[in-house]
Ligand binder design. Structure first.
Ligand SMILES: Nc1nc2c(c(=O)[nH]1)N[C@H]1C(S)=C(S)[C@@H](COP(=O)(O)OP(=O)(O)OC[C@H]3O[C@@H](n4cnc5c(=O)[nH]c(N)nc54)[C@H](O)[C@@H]3O)O[C@H]1N2
Ligand SMILES: Nc1nc2c(c(=O)[nH]1)N[C@H]1C(S)=C(S)[C@@H](COP(=O)(O)OP(=O)(O)OC[C@H]3O[C@@H](n4cnc5c(=O)[nH]c(N)nc54)[C@H](O)[C@@H]3O)O[C@H]1N2
Ligand SMILES: [Mo]
Length: 722
C-alpha cells in the first residue's frame, strides 16, 4: 500500500509561508517578495518591473512556495568569520546538501590549496591577482567557463565574451544537463529553440498534453493555468510513470474555491515505462494515421519529411509500440481521440523527456504528433518546454554556449575589434572528460553546482580534483565546492539579483525579457556583483584595450552591447529609460511559418529505443523540498517520502522482489551503489523506481545522448539487494 500523501498546493504552502516569514521577519520578507526583481526559482517568470508576485499578464498575487524558500534562504545569516577555521575540509566533505545550504551565505572569499586541512580567508585583491596571474599563464584551450542559469544576462554575457576574447570557446551552461534536447529538437523540427507559445496561449488552449514534468512541485505557478483550463471545460493529459498527487488534484493558493476544495488537473493519467515515451508517441502517430486523423493538408503545405515519419510509424507493430511504451492500445487510442477533438492543444514537457539517451528523438517525436494533429502555428496551440532555472534561457540566448551563431560572432568581433577563436568548444560533459584526462588547467563556475549535477559522482570528484585551479562565484555552500575542488580552489561570494547595486535582466521561458531593479545585500560582508568580479578579472588578464572591461562594469553599457550583438534583443539597449519589458520577436509561432531553411516544419523518423526491461529503470527526480542540488527540506510531502535516502517502488515490484515497505536495501547502478536505502511503496509504474537527485548521481553512468550531450538521468538500470 502506498503511504499517505498530501494533495498538491493548498494550506501546506500557506503554512510553510507563514513559518518561513517568522524566521526572517514578515515585513522584511514581504518587501523582498514584492520588490521589482525577477523571481529566483523557475523560468515561468514573475516579478520584474510589474513588481514581485506578478506574472507576465499582470496578474497578482502569484504565490509560490519555491520562490519563498529561495528568498528566505538568501536572507538567513552569513557564515561567521571563523567558520572555515572551525570546519576542516574533512568536516565540510561530510555535509549533506541540506546541511551545506543551511550553513548560511558566503560573505568573504576563501581559498584552499592541495594538501591544506582547511579553507582560508583571502582578501579580494589577492584572490583576483591569483586568478589573473594563473589565467595569463594558461593556454586558453585548457581553460573552461561554466554558467548555471540563475545569473543575469549581463554577467553571463560578460563572462562568455571575456572567455572568447581570452581565446577559448569552452563556455557551456547547465542546459546541457537540462533542456538541451528540447533546444536541439525544436531547432531541427521548427527552426526555433524555445517555446512557440506565450502565457496568453495557455488561456486559449483547450487541451494540455503534459509529458515528463511535475509542475506541481517544480513550476507551481503553471498549476494556476492548468486548474483554470479544467475549470473552463478543457482537458489535461498527463504522461508520467509516477502518479503525482499534485497532477491529480491541486489546491491553488490564490483562488478561494480551489484553495479549499482543490482543482482537478488530469483528465487522463497515463503511466508509461521510464523512457517509454518515444514508443508511446510513435504509437500515437500510428493510431492517428490508422484513424485517418492526420491533418494531411496541413502537412503537405507546411511540413517536410512527413511521409518518412508516418511510414516509420506504420512499420512498427502494435506489439512493439505497446511493449516499448508500457501503454496499452486502448489508452493510445483514447489519447489520439482527445488530440483529434481538441481545437487547440499545447504540448508541455520537462526532464522526463530530455533526460534520456534518446532525448532529442523524444522531442522530435513530440513535434511529430503536434504537427500531425495541426496543433502548431496557431494561437492557443504549440510546443512548450517547461524551462528550469529562472534565467537559463537568457544565459543561452545571449550566447553562453560553445558555438556562436556566425552573425553573433561577427557582431561581437566588430564590437570588440578583435578576432574571436574558431576552435570548437566543449559541451558540459566533454569538459568533464577533458578534466579527467588532465587536459584542463582552469575552470570558472558562474554559480551552480557542476559536481552535484553530474552523473557518476565518484568519477566527477576524480575528474574535477585534477584541475589545477577552480574558481566558484557562489551565494551559498554546496558539496560541489568540496568534492568538485581543484588543486587550488577559490570560492568568491556574490550578490543575488535582488541585492545587486545595478539593475539586471532575465528571460523567462515565454521569451519575455524582464528588468530586475536590484536592491541591497541581505547579509553584511564582502559580497560583490558577479559582473564586477568578471570585469576585474578581465581587466587584469587582458588590460582595457581593445575592450574596455572597466567601462563594462556599467550594466547599461553591457545592455547596449547585447542590443547590438544579439538578434532580437534591440529593445534591451533602451530598457533603462523605457522600463519596457519585452517579448523577443520571432520566437512565438502563431502562423505556420517556420524559421527553418525552407520555411517548413520538418518531421523526422524517430526509432524506438531498446529499453532494458530486465533491470529496474531508475528515474532520478526532485522532491517537493529541493531546488536542484539545493535541499531545503528532507521530507517530500506530496509523495509521502519521509527522507532523502529512499527508493520509490510499486507494490508489485516490492512483492516480486520479496521486499517490504520500509525495509532498508542496497541499490546498485552502473556506476556505484548506495546502501541503507529505505523502500517506499508508492503509485509508480511497475518496473520503474525513483530516487532523489543529486544523491543518486553516485549510481548513474554517464550515458549521454549523442546530439544533446545530455546524460540519461531518467533511464538508469539498477538492481536491488535486500
Ligand atoms: N521546486 C523546484 N522547482 C524547480 C527545480 C527544483 O529542483 N525544485 N528545478 C528547476 C529545473 S533546473 C528544472 S530543469 C525543472 C525540472 O522540472 P521537472 O522536469 O518537472 O523535474 P524532475 O523531478 O526532474 O522530473 C519530473 C517528472 O518527470 C517524470 N519522469 C521521469 N522519467 C520519465 C520518463 O521517462 N517519462 C515520463 N513521461 N516522465 C518521466 C518524473 O516522474 C517526474 O514527475 O524544474 C525547475 N524548477
Ligand atoms: N541525476 C540527476 N542529475 C541532474 C538532474 C536530474 O534530474 N537528475 N537535473 C539536471 C538539471 S535539469 C540541472 S539544471 C542541473 C543543475 O545544475 P546547476 O545549475 O549547476 O546546479 P544548482 O543546484 O542549481 O546550483 C546551486 C548553487 O548555485 C549557487 N547560486 C544560487 N544562486 C546564485 C546566484 O544568484 N549567483 C551565483 N553566482 N550563484 C548562485 C549556489 O551556490 C547554489 O548552491 O543538474 C542536472 N543534474
Ligand atoms: Mo534544469
Amino acid at each position: 500500500m502506498a503511504r499517505k500523501t498530501k494533495p498538491g498546493g493548498g494550506w501546506q504552502a500557506i503554512r510553510y509561508t507563514l513559518d518561513r516569514a517568522m524566521e526572517v521577519g514578515p515585513l522584511r520578507l514581504w518587501q523582498r517578495m514584492r520588490s521589482k526583481n525577477a523571481c529566483k526559482t523557475c523560468a515561468l517568470g514573475m516579478g520584474g518591473m510589474k513588481g514581485g508576485m506578478v506574472n507576465e499578464a499582470g496578474h497578482f498575487p502569484e504565490v509560490c512556495k519555491k520562490s519563498l524558500q529561495a528568498q528566505v534562504a538568501d536572507m538567513k545569516g552569513a557564515l561567521s568569520a571563523t567558520y572555515f577555521d572551525e570546519h576542516s575540509l574533512q568536516d565540510l566533505l561530510k555535509l549533506t546538501p541540506k546541511q551545506a545550504e543551511d550553513q548560511g551565505r558566503i560573505s568573504y572569499p576563501v581559498i584552499h590549496e592541495e594538501g591544506d586541512t582547511h579553507f582560508k580567508a583571502i582578501d579580494w585583491e589577492a584572490a583576483l591577482k591569483l586568478i589573473a596571474d594563473r589565467l595569463k599563464a594558461t593556454d586558453p584551450q585548457r581553460a573552461a567557463f561554466y554558467a548555471s542559469g540563475r545569473s543575469s544576462n549581463e554577467a553571463a554575457f560578460l563572462l562568455h565574451s571575456f572567455a572568447r576574447v581570452f581565446g577559448t570557446n569552452h563556455t557551456m551552461n547547465c542546459s546541457y544537463y537540462c533542456h538541451q534536447a528540447s533546444g536541439v529538437g525544436l531547432k531541427l523540427a521548427l527552426g526555433t529553440g524555445t517555446a512557440t507559445v506565450d502565457l496568453d496561449d495557455l488561456k486559449k488552449t483547450d487541451l494540455v498534453f503534459l509529458i515528463g514534468a511535475n509542475p506541481a512541485s517544480n513550476h507551481p505557478r503553471l498549476m494556476t493555468q492548468l486548474a483554470n483550463l479544467r475549470a473552463r471545460g478543457g482537458e489535461i493529459i498527463v504522461v508520467n510513470p509516477i502518479r503525482e498527487s499534485g497532477l491529480e488534484v491541486f489546491h491553488v493558493p490564490s483562488q478561494v474555491k480551489s484553495y479549499f476544495f482543490g482543482s482537478k488537473i488530469a483528465s487522463l493519467y497515463i503511466q508509461p515505462l521510464a523512457g517509454g515515451d518515444a514508443a508511446f508517441l510513435v504509437g500515437l502517430l500510428k493510431e492517428l494515421d490508422e484513424k485517418g486523423w492526420v491533418k494531411k493538408e496541413f502537412l503537405e503545405k507546411f511540413t517536410e519529411g512527413h511521409e518518412e515519419a508516418l511510414d516509420y510509424a506504420r512499420s512498427c507493430s502494435w506489439n512493439e509500440v505497446v511493449r516499448g511504451s508500457g501503454v496499452d492500445k486502448e489508452t493510445i487510442a483514447r489519447t489520439a481521440e482527445m488530440l483529434h477533438e481538441s481545437k487547440a492543444a499545447i504540448f508541455a514537457w520537462a526532464m522526463g523527456i530530455t533526460h534520456h539517451q534518446w532525448g532529442v528523438d523524444n522531442v522530435l517525436a513530440l513535434c511529430n504528433v503536434a504537427l500531425a494533429t495541426g496543433h502548431v502555428g496557431r494561437e492557443g496551440a504549440g510546443l512548450m518546454p517547461i524551462r528550469g532555472h529562472s534565467n537559463v534561457q537568457g544565459v543561452g540566448s545571449i550566447g553562453f554556449s560553445p558555438a556562436l551563431q556566425e552573425g553573433v560572432k561577427k557582431a561581437l568581433e566588430h564590437a570588440y575589434k578583435k578576432e574571436l577563436p574558431t576552435s570548437a568548444g566543449y559541451d558540459t560533459f566533454a569538459m568533464m572528460e577533458a578534466a579527467e584526462k588532465g587536459e584542463l588547467d582552469f575552470l570558472f563556475c558562474l554559480g551552480g553546482n557542476l559536481w552535484g549535477s553530474n552523473p557518476d559522482s565518484d568519477w566527477s570528484s576524480l575528474a574535477m580534483q585534477k584541475i589545477p585551479m577552480t574558481v566558484y562565484l557562489s551565494t551559498k555552500l554546496n558539496p560541489g565546492h568540496f568534492y568538485g575542488r581543484g588543486k587550488t580552489t577559490l570560492i568568491l561570494p556574490v550578490l543575488a539579483r535582488d541585492e545587486e547595486p545595478q539593475a539586471t535582466t532575465q528571460e523567462s521561458m515565454f521569451n519575455y525579457v524582464r528588468l530586475s531593479e536590484g536592491g541591497t545585500p541581505n547579509v553584511p560582508g564582502l559580497l560583490r556583483a558577479e559582473s564586477d568580479v568578471i570585469c576585474e578579472i578581465a581587466s587584469r588578464v587582458l588590460s582595457n584595450d581593445p575592450v574596455d572591461w572597466a567601462r563594462l562594469k556599467d550594466h547599461k553599457e553591457v545592455r547596449k552591447l547585447i542590443a547590438e550583438v544579439i538578434p532580437g534583443w534591440a529593445e534591451i539597449g533602451t530598457i533603462d529609460d523605457t522600463k519596457h519589458e519585452f517579448t523577443i520577436p520571432g520566437r512565438i509561432v502563431h502562423t505556420p511559418k517556420f524559421s527553418t531553411a525552407s520555411g517548413k516544419a520538418v518531421m523526422f523518423k524517430t526509432p524506438l529505443p531498446e529499453l532494458n526491461t530486465n533491470a529496474l529503470m531508475l528515474m532520478t527526480i526532485r522532491s517537493e523540498g529541493q531546488f536542484n542540488t539545493v535541499v531545503y527540506e528532507e521530507y517530500d510531502i506530496y509523495r509521502g517520502i519521509p527522507h532523502r535516502d529512499c527508493i520509490l517502488m510499486s507494490d508489485e515490484d516490492i512483492e516480486r522482489l520479496k521486499l517490504k515497505d520500509g525495509q532498508r536495501v542496497s541499490v546498485k547502478g552502473e556506476a556505484g551503489r548506495l546502501d541503507n536505502i529505505e523502500v517506499v511503496a508508492g503509485k509508480i509504474r511497475p518496473g520503474v523506481v525513483a530516487m532523489f537527485y543529486p544523491e543518486s548521481n553516485v549510481l548513474i553512468k554517464a550515458n549521454v545522448d549523442h546530439r544533446s550531450k545530455t546524460p540519461a538521468f531518467k533511464s538508469a538500470p539498477v538492481t536491488i539487494e535486500a
